[in-house]
Design a protein around this ligand. Structure first.
Ligand SMILES: Cc1cc2nc3c(=O)[nH]c(=O)nc-3n(C[C@H](O)[C@H](O)[C@H](O)COP(=O)(O)OP(=O)(O)OC[C@H]3O[C@@H](n4cnc5c(N)ncnc54)[C@H](O)[C@@H]3O)c2cc1C
Length: 404
């Protein structure tokens, strides 16, 4: 039996290795780029956060997030780590549950998978972009416009549209739509958020710990805590990725409220500011030694505290205003930065048209799918790659096992 897999990314490679466990199966792995695992190599800032030990406790989204449960349970983070260990990858888990390769290099993950794919019953075709799928009596014909390959079963593992410079494409949605599968609206997730606040450019490059709340028309949309990074356009960093899902997706007023001293009460900060009024600090250095100096100056300026006059002139009302700016600084949000910069696609191919225990299509027998192309997306922290491994393995095993 020949099983073709379209897409040599995380889920496609997991599917290929699972399908090839059955020696009666010949696997064709088709990748449009020059090599497999291109996006994987860029994950986790080049470190690859390959899973999260808490991935079974939630953290997945979509029209029907429960769809992910069966595949995740069948191949959970511990099973995934044992599988990688068997492929030769050593890993380390952080306290947060995020797991990275011991080498701290995403390349190591790609390499162990690449070597594992070197099996007599797996043939890899790079530079092969499937443009057309035609159903046949006993399977499918796959064409890249020049060459046609045949298979008995087909796994579509084309990924999502996020990170287009690394291989994100509409291809999977289009190919599946021609076979009758519908998709939801696609949105960027785990992405930077743009602001209309002009002063953000003066903070470009500044990192700060904070508690962040995204507010939509004054109501809480999402919240998290961690490190925010200011960019030329807005805010970024893991903490922003965590709250970015569906931010600015509806009309109305969107804001980020940042608490730059989440461990301090307002009274503690007020007391410290009043202590500083008894020193010879200039007014715009009031927060020096507490926050990043550029951030401190922007916050005191935003609080309306005047230029370089002495801190001793600070009034009680001005001190309260500085406190408010440090503890609940609001910046307007306009839109997410876009699919190019997003780490994952929210939305995708409707999961109700697939069987969650096998990943097989309910419309086209012998057709399977896995990974980001489906309407499942995970939180920041290794959840998306865990979904790719679990759903890929599920599709590969079942395509490989089941009879024609
Ligand atoms: C910058 C960045 C950092 C990230 N960091 C993390 C992280 O640290 N941890 C985490 O959990 N997630 C991370 N993610 C998300 C994660 O990488 C993806 O969710 C995951 O790779 C999805 O796996 P996939 O197999 O579905 O798709 P992909 O890995 O995108 O693979 C799909 C493959 O299919 C190929 N393809 C598409 N169409 C065709 C076609 N028609 N013919 C042939 N080949 C085709 C593509 O070229 C691609 O190689 C990150 C994403 C980005 C962009």
């Amino acid at each position: 039996m020949v099983i073709a897999i379209i897409g040599g990314g995380a889920s496609g490679m997991a599917a290929a290795l699972a399908a090839a466990e059955n020696p009666g199966v010949q696997v064709l792995l088709l990748e449009r780029q020059a090599r497999v695992g291109r996006k994987l190599q860029a994950t986790g800032n080049g470190r690859c956060n390959l899973t999260n030990l808490h991935a079974l406790e939630g953290g997945y989204h979509g029209t029907a997030p429960d769809f992910a449960g069966e595949a995740l349970k069948a191949f959970d983070p511990q099973a995934t780590l044992a599988w990688f260990r068997n492929l030769g990858l050593y890993t380390v888990a952080e306290e947060s549950g995020r797991v990275y390769p011991y080498s701290d290099q995403a390349n190591s993950v790609v390499d162990v998978l690449r070597f594992a794919l070197e099996k007599p019953n797996i043939s890899l075709h790079t530079g092969f972009e499937v443009q057309k799928i035609t159903r046949q009596e006993k399977g499918f014909a796959l064409s890249d416009g020049e060459q046609t390959l045949f298979c008995n079963k087909l796994i579509v593992a084309c990924g999502g549209i996020a990170g287009s410079k690394l291989g994100g494409t509409m291809s999977g949605y289009k190919l599946l739509s021609k076979l009758g599968h519908k998709s939801t609206r696609l949105r960027p997730s785990l992405v930077q958020l743009k602001t209309g606040w002009a002063e953000v450019t003066s903070l470009k490059g500044v990192r700060a710990n904070c508690k962040i709340e995204i507010l939509h028309d004054g109501k809480r949309h999402s919240q998290s805590a961690g490190e925010v990074q200011f960019t030329e356009y807005g805010i970024s960093g893991p903490v922003v990725f965590e709250v970015s899902r569906d931010a600015c997706s509806e009309r109305g007023e969107w804001k980020a409220q940042l608490d730059f001293l989440p461990d301090w009460t307002e009274e503690m900060l007020l007391e410290e500011l009043l202590r500083r009024t008894r020193t010879n600090l200039p007014m715009d250095e009031l927060l020096t030694g507490i926050l990043h100096n550029r951030l401190g100056r922007v916050l005191t300026r935003s609080a309306g505290v005047r230029g370089r006059t002495a801190a001793s002139e600070l009034t009680a009302e001005e001190a309260r205003q500085v406190c408010r700016c440090v503890k609940a600084f609001e910046i307007s949000l306009t839109e997410p930065l876009g699919m190019d910069s997003a780490q994952v696609t929210a939305g995708g191919v409707l999961t109700e048209q697939f069987d969650p225990s096998t990943m097989e299509s309910r419309l086209v027998p012998g057709l399977y799918t896995c990974g980001e192309v489906l309407d499942i997306d995970g939180d920041c922290g290794g959840y998306n790659l865990q979904w790719a491994w679990s759903s890929g393995r599920c599709a590969g095993l079942h395509a490989g096992k089941e009879t024609l």
